[in-house]
Design a binder for this molecule. Structure first.
Ligand code: LMR
Length: 396
């Protein structure tokens, strides 16, 4: 029977890893998947993570199941990161958080909740968006609709287009927003634009889902929650999918969280009871380790302060690479103005390279970037910068 099954296309992001690993060229560079690398090309384990793991190894007494929604203390810590620990959402107990396998797990739970409990059929996503959003939402039964986001000619946000499109989104639809470090463009709304979006969401009454995978990679852990917190002041109901892959470097531990905010406690309890049925039917209850690491760090003032510094170090390292990339391209006599790379947030730069140029980078130079032209700047280093920029110059 299996011979009836057609081969699926490779994943546009993770599929690149497989092709990269199979490439025998020694000078190859992987700028596809969004992982942070240090100057030696290594994705390091944060010192705070190592310390938390040491404590866990010593103190852990059981591997018994967690609750369906995971550890309650983890939920409290996640809400503190999202809203700030003194927020009225927390003091009034309006939020419920489930520990999920990665941000992707949280998105899937959000999508099923939207479809099954809110009778919403459509979700609006930015054009472009993370290559996996469409697949996650469609597999839960949602229809995906694009809203304008990127102005390719001017390498900036098409805010007028975004507003115009979302002005047509109805109360029976959902809208996905990237909390910060928009993936793949690296372009985020300004504070004023967040305010306008929150006003629009209040007026139109659509379901708001935040994908928050890069908290701390734009300006700072607290600052990066500005968009979400602006919405929290305006709209009484919110959904948030958090990922701790990047800001804790816990990629393979699959640590994420699904958070819902409701207008009152009993509404939150009822809604959350349905979230638990969705989780139970999907993966029963979450894996423990990564979330325990996150909780251990966030619950200890000293470790938390060190972690905030580690996130700042990663962020500044990427800012430095952006600057170096712009300078190196200029040095090499590239005429096209790439200064926009420095203005983008997070790990990625939406380079403007065409699919043909992306293919040539791979075939002729062993440089792997996503087909959309998205470059993982965090995968560059001062060591490979010149080689990569020379290759880009040669395909332009
Ligand atoms: C990315 O966009 O590269 C990351 O979010 C990793 C992934 O799962 O695609």
């Amino acid at each position: 029977m299996f011979e009836r099954v057609n081969r699926a296309p490779d994943d546009p992001i993770l599929g690149l890893n497989e092709a990269f690993n199979a490439d025998s060229r020694t000078e190859k560079v992987n700028l596809g998947v969004g992982v942070f690398k240090n100057e030696d090309g290594v994705t390091p384990i944060l010192d705070t993570v190592k310390e938390a793991e040491r404590r866990l190894l010593q103190g852990e007494t059981t591997k018994s199941y967690l609750a369906i929604g995971g550890d309650a203390e983890y939920g409290r810590q996640v809400q503190g990161l999202l809203f700030g620990s003194d927020h009225n959402i927390i003091s009034n107990q309006l939020a419920r958080t489930a520990q999920t396998p990665g941000g992707t797990g949280a998105l899937r739970i959000a999508a099923e909740f939207i479809v099954r409990q809110l009778d919403v059929e459509n979700i609006w996503v930015s054009d472009p968006t993370w290559a996996n959003h469409g697949a996650v939402f469609r597999s839960a039964g949602l229809t995906v609709k694009p809203y304008r986001y990127y102005d390719a000619d001017n390498q900036c946000l098409d805010f007028a287009g975004m507003l115009e499109d979302l002005e047509t989104a109805g109360s029976n639809e959902a809208v996905l927003l990237h909390g910060c470090c928009h993936n793949p463009t690296g372009i985020d709304p300004t504070a004023d634009q967040w305010q306008q979006l929150a006003d629009l969401a209040e007026r139109r009454g659509f379901v708001v889902l935040f994908d928050f995978a890069y908290q701390g990679f734009a300006t700072g852990v607290d600052d990066d929650a500005e968009g979400l917190r602006t919405f929290a002041k305006k709209v009484p109901e919110l959904l948030v999918a958090s990922s701790f892959s990047k800001n804790f470097g816990l990629y393979n531990e699959r640590v994420g969280a699904f958070t819902l905010v409701a207008s009152d406690r009993s509404v939150a309890d009822d809604a959350y009871s349905q979230v638990k049925t969705i989780i139970r039917a999907n993966y029963s209850n979450p894996p423990a380790h990564g979330a325990k690491v996150v909780t251990t760090i966030l619950a200890d003032a000293e470790l938390k302060a060190k972690w905030i510094q580690e996130v700042a170090d990663m962020r500044q390292h990427i800012h430095g690479l952006r600057k170096l990339m712009v300078e190196t391209l200029k040095d090499l006599g590239v005429e096209k103005d790439f200064s926009f790379i420095q203005a983008q947030n997070g790990m990625f730069s939406f380079s403007g390279l065409t699919p043909e140029q992306v293919a040539r980078l791979k075939e002729e130079h062993g440089i792997y970037i996503v087909g959309s032209g998205r470059i993982n700047v965090a995968g560059l280093s001062s060591k490979n910068m010149r080689t990569v920029c020379e290759a880009i110059a040669s395909v332009l």
